[in-house]
Design a protein around this ligand. Structure first.
Ligand code: SAM
Length: 224
């Protein structure tokens, strides 16, 4: 039940130092001076995306958020092993247990994130399970809250029905604007999104198709 989730009352009470010890070695009295997480991989599974992105964005803190304890622990061990093998590297990635449908705004300030990834999410085919899908109008409001204007929301799936569902909500949501596919060619994160997660590799092995759509968080007209 929810009791076993550890989550901060608000973002300023979240202790990130245990996740990124190399970044938080010196105790700082000024919390605003501390490095902040900028990328979140929602439902990160075994963490292939973070492992691929870590060297591409070596100065950006990224977190994988995952509901299944076994996977969270696996990824934490994987990251610790990578840090031992390549000292000074992989210090910028971490895994964390969270039900993203419940506590997301407790972890991040408004506009804190510059990238959010939802890659090969569980399809939850049955109608009565649709509420477990992690893209919905409620969830998009939370993703838009923590994502800064100009930030990017990445969505990919091999399940066409889920793609259509996700796209329907994303297109309808006023604070997201589809990025033309041609523009994605210059985004170094995109090849990782498509090829580096464990689920994405499985789809490729099975010769499945992958449907990708990326959205930019636009300025809220009510706030400008
Ligand atoms: N993104 C990874 C990949 O591409 O390899 C994993 C894909 S896997 C099919 C979907 C993951 O989302 C699972 O590991 C599942 O436990 C996680 N998940 C599902 N619902 C979640 C939720 N509400 N909060 C956090 N993670 C969730």
């Amino acid at each position: 039940s929810d009791m076993i989730f550890e989550y901060p009352e608000r973002p300023s009470t979240q202790d990130w130092s245990k996740h990124y010890p190399a970044y938080f070695r010196a105790p700082s009295s000024d919390k605003d001076q501390l490095a902040k997480v900028e990328f979140a991989d929602i439902g990160c599974g075994y963490g292939g995306l973070l492992v691929a992105l870590a060297p591409l964005y070596p100065n950006t803190l990224m977190v994988g958020m995952e509901i299944r304890t076994k996977l969270v622990n696996y990824l934490q061990k994987r990251i610790e092993a990578l840090r031992r093998l390549a000292p000074g590297h992989y210090e910028n990635i971490a895994s964390m247990r969270i039900n993203c449908q419940k506590y997301l705004p407790n972890f991040f300030d408004k506009g804190q994130l510059s990238k959010i990834f939802v890659l090969f999410a569980d399809p939850h085919f049955k109608r009565r399970k649709h509420k477990a899908r992690i893209i919905s109008s409620t969830m998009l409001a939370e993703y838009a809250y923590v994502l800064r204007p100009g930030g990017v929301f990445y969505m990919i799936t091999d399940v066409k029905d889920l793609f259509d569902w996700n796209q329907k909500y994303l297109e309808a949501f006023p604070l997201f604007e589809r990025i033309p596919d041609a523009e994605l060619e210059s985004d170094p994160a995109v090849p990782c999104v498509v090829n580096s997660t464990e689920e994405g590799k499985k789809v490729a092995r099975n010769k499945g198709s992958k449907h990708l759509a990326c959205y930019r968080r636009i300025e809220d007209p009510a706030e400008s």
